[in-house]
Design a protein around this ligand. Sequence first.
Ligand code: 13P
Length: 283
Amino acid sequence: MLVSSKELLLAAQKGGYAVGAFNTNNLEITHAIFRAAKAQRAPILVQISAGAIRYAGIDFLPQIVRTHARLADVPVALHLDHGPSFEMVMLCLRYGFTSVMRDASKLPFDENVAEIRKVVEAAHAVGVPVEAELGRIVGAEEHVVVSEREKAMTDPDEAAEFVKATGCDFLAVSIGNAHGFYKGEPNLDFDRLQAIRDKVDIPLVLHGASGLPDDQIRTAVSLGICKINIDTEIRYAFTQSVRKTLAEQPEQIDPRKILGPAIDAMQAVVERKIALFGSQGKA
Ligand code: 13P
């Protein structure tokens, strides 16, 4: 069933586990995510970015998720990932998303606060929780110098001020995490996460979790991360499977024979992440 992400994340916070937030772009990825959630009896967030909406259409992709959620006996939230504008948030509210992220993290602190306040006011008016980001989560870059890396990270005092000033429901933190596959050895700043946790009591979100070693994920969850975003590892499983099938069967022209195994491969990734996050059996 479709639920608000707030109830999922508050339960996770209380229970000391994290809910997986898995990105989808199409029917096959959505099938894989739902099959995994049902097999593992796990609550999940299915997230759609502005790029995914552009690709698949606002009248199609959210409907696929909503239909799955209606038929599933596990709780599911439909979430906007990295909302690039107030207008995109409004569109998603109209299409029945049950939580939204407005990413204004590129803006100076005061402008980020003003923008998130505006989004919170609108979304809360229709009972939808809001995720915001403070600090910048960059793409995976090998040669970023330490001072640059630290400058992009979330400051614990600012985080406390930000949450109080905006009224946002969840906060995405930058603690050395990056989108895409990591080029160097990933190394999350757990002291910083602990300091943020000490000052902020809303659920914290970890973006860029593909490619993070399992022990770092477990530590992040133990320090209060309640929502973990996974996109790249699902994409990778999809494309590796398609490549393999086409290499083995160059004559194959039936999309079902090419995409079916890809769904299985993506399901396996999502199931493994659910178990790692501790949300298995929590539905
Ligand atoms: P990955 O690229 O590490 O999968 O992160 C996805 C993400 O954070 C989406 O917001």
